[in-house]
Design a protein around this ligand. Structure first.
Ligand SMILES: [Zn+2]
Length: 293
């Protein structure tokens, strides 16, 4: 039976696992390759640094990093270093030439390479919500500081506990707050909280250290597992090689309201509508934290 997804507008945003899959594929396909041509079809797709586009020609791709939901390509040219930072916004994709694009008119940037496994990387974005930025190291540092908090795959358990203990407010909103913890959006927030048995609207201040530690472990497990399965293609996410993420088959609560709880507790998955809907099992995810639990 096909899944019926009720994904909202914002849930089309790739999250950390999708961005990580993109970074890993580009690393495998293009690290060490030389950039021989940069074609920019529309100047307004470049948020910052349009005038520097020529600098990149002849540069070598030396690093591919993920920051939150963005991917930064680091180029070295004449001993200087600059970055192409791609926001993987709503339907904004980085695709290899080999991945057939359904709508070639939406390819706004083409980077041509020599010496890699792929001849070309394209920035494809029919809705133009995402942007590219051409930045030097200082610009990249500013970009990161402004947008991204701690990375869930890099933060230690101790720092994660400390971070949550310093915060107030509802748990799911905090997990999705990019300036606090970068990369988790609505899909993974719902999946993590269900597996951790924590209600999305719990006050962070009610959580015991033990519960925060469990949350940390499950957050890492869910994100790692999602990366291993190529991320979640809920609507329009494709990896650079054109493949779809398979983790959507492993979603337990996201988009599944009205279904019986996969924990066989007898509960039914509920949807709490809001700006970003919460999906949860009222039996497994109690709205109030039990003291000393
Ligand atoms: Zn349940």
């Amino acid at each position: 039976m096909p899944h019926v997804f009720h994904s909202e507008h914002g849930d089309r945003m790739p999250e950390l696992p999708e961005a990580e899959v993109v970074a890993r594929q580009i690393r495998a396909g293009l690290l060490g390759a030389q950039l021989i041509d940069v074609w920019i079809g529309r100047a307004d797709i470049v948020r910052e640094g349009y005038d520097t586009a020529r600098w990149y020609c002849g540069g070598t791709l030396r690093s591919v990093e993920r920051f939150g939901k963005s991917v930064a390509l680091g180029f070295v040219n004449s001993h200087a270093c600059r970055y192409v930072v791609a926001e993987l916004g709503m339907t904004g994709l980085l695709l290899f030439q080999s991945a057939a694009t359904k709508h070639p008119q939406h390819v706004h940037v083409k980077l041509s390479f020599e010496g890699g496994r792929e001849p070309e990387l394209r920035y494809w974005n029919p809705r133009r919500f995402g942007r590219l930025s051409l930045l030097d190291k200082a610009g990249l540092d500013r970009y990161r500081t402004r947008r991204f908090g701690l990375d869930p795959l890099a933060v230690s358990q101790q720092d994660f506990v400390r971070l949550l203990q310093e915060r107030r407010g509802r748990l799911k909103a905090l997990l999705m707050h990019q300036q606090v913890i970068a990369g988790i959006g609505n899909i993974y927030a719902n999946e993590i909280l269900f597996r951790a048995g924590l209600h999305p609207n719990l006050q962070v201040s009610q959580l015991s250290v033990r519960k925060i530690e469990t949350l940390y472990t499950i957050m890492c497990e869910v994100l790692d597992e999602a990366i291993r399965h190529g991320g979640s293609s809920v609507r329009d996410f494709y990896a650079p090689d054109g493949s779809e993420g398979q983790y959507k088959r492993r979603h337990l609560v996201y988009g599944k309201e009205g279904r019986t709880c996969p924990n066989h507790c007898g509960g039914v998955i509920q949807r709490l509508r809001g700006e970003r809907s919460s999906y949860f099992c009222p039996q497994c995810q109690a709205a109030r934290s039990k003291r000393h639990a």
